[in-house]
Design a protein around this ligand. Structure first.
Ligand code: COA
Length: 329
């Protein structure tokens, strides 16, 4: 029998503080109408407590996950954390999460693929389960984007929010993760990045004065690449698996911009009611968007349904995962 990896639980964490479009109007030269019509975002969550970081949100999501599945943290074999806002360059945030939840028998590592981080980590984690080596793999997508957003830059500060999502992968011989199509293209690197703080431009007074520790983005080329990349890869994975639009129950898209999601939905030939959209509430939480969608829609998902996860992000990175949902709530 072919061993598959199935998502057997989903969970998430969102900080309580809300940053609305009206709040942003007081901070930069923008307005609610512009933000809504260009992005679909109305508000986002911000982790304001300066003593808390990405690992704290990730740990809250993982605690909820284990609780929902009714398992103890010492049963977890591996934690993979997708993030671009690690607590520190090292040690890995997965390490810190393991400690905070008491996953004493787990190892772990971080994976950097920006907004595609969750689907890259999900695909990677699934391989450890499919190999038969591990029984319980936790995939976390978590980002404290507010820690790298310049709140004087109206072109980026409107887009991002903080949050964490997590899923549990377990072996199955029935429904589970079936296929993936993932890509990277480093020629897109400079269009969306954090210029300084790494080994190329270590942090210095100059890099801080130039605000190079913040996200920098050239919105138009990223938008064009995202529309093409996410729409094409979602269509390609349908073709590869002989899925017609009526065979697909749900599209779970990365939540960067409503217009990118609309383009993907149209290319796949799906009606709007099959597309999970919560960008209006949380903005772009980078690696957390897809698991947070699964968590928000969990009650409606049925065992056996065909689901496509799709993302595009800085790097460039993009891809899609095809899975069959494994449980009913
Ligand atoms: N409020 C008001 N006006 C703004 C603004 C804001 N927050 N941000 C930019 N503008 C202005 C620009 O200065 C520009 O003015 P100009 O015409 O006088 O120069 C105008 O609005 C149009 O800017 P533009 O960048 O062409 O807008 P856009 O339609 O491309 O939308 C993004 C901007 C950022 C929303 C869009 O490019 C985008 O979503 N890109 C992809 C972002 C993304 O998904 N990144 C995450 C990883 S996938």
């Amino acid at each position: 029998m072919l061993m598959r990896a199935a998502i057997t639980a989903v969970a998430g964490y969102l900080p309580d503080d809300i940053l609305t479009n009206a709040d942003l109007e007081q901070m930069v030269d923008t307005n609610d109408e512009w933000i809504r019509s260009r992005t679909g975002i109305q508000e986002r969550r911000i982790l304001k407590d300066p003593t808390k970081a990405t690992s704290d949100m990730g740990a809250e999501a993982v605690k909820e996950l284990l609780d929902k599945r009714g398992i103890h943290a010492d049963e977890v074999d591996l934690i993979i954390c997708a993030t671009v806002t690690a607590d520190m360059h090292f040690p890995a945030t997965a390490n810190l999460i393991a400690d905070k939840v008491g996953a004493v028998n787990s190892w772990g590592y971080d994976l950097s693929a920006a907004c595609s981080g969750f689907i890259f980590a999900l695909t990677t984690g699934a391989k450890f389960v499919e190999s038969g080596q591990y029984k319980k793999v936790v995939i976390v997508g978590a980002d404290k984007m507010s820690s790298i957003v310049d709140y004087t830059d109206r072109t980026t500060c409107i887009l991002f929010g903080d949050g964490a999502g997590a899923v549990l992968l377990e072996p199955t011989e029935e429904y589970g993760i079936i296929d993936h199509k993932l890509h990277v293209d480093g020629t897109g690197a400079n269009f969306l990045c954090q210029k300084a703080g790494g080994s190329l431009h270590p942090p210095s007074h100059d890099t801080v004065n130039a605000k190079e520790h913040y996200i920098t983005q050239d919105g138009q080329p990223v938008f064009k690449a995202a529309v093409k990349g996410m729409a094409d890869v979602s269509y390609d994975i349908m073709q590869k698996n002989n899925l017609a639009p009526e065979d697909v129950a749900w599209l779970v898209p990365h939540q960067a911009n409503l217009r990118i999601i609309d383009a993907t939905q149209r290319r796949m030939g799906l009606p709007a009611e099959k597309v999970m959209i919560n960008i209006q509430k949380y903005g772009n939480t980078t690696a957390a968007t897809i698991p947070l969608c699964l968590r928000d829609w969990e009650d409606q998902l049925k065992a056996g349904e065909n689901i496509i996860l799709a993302a595009f992000g800085g790097g460039f990175t993009w891809g899609a995962v095809y899975l069959q949902w494994a449980y009913n709530v």
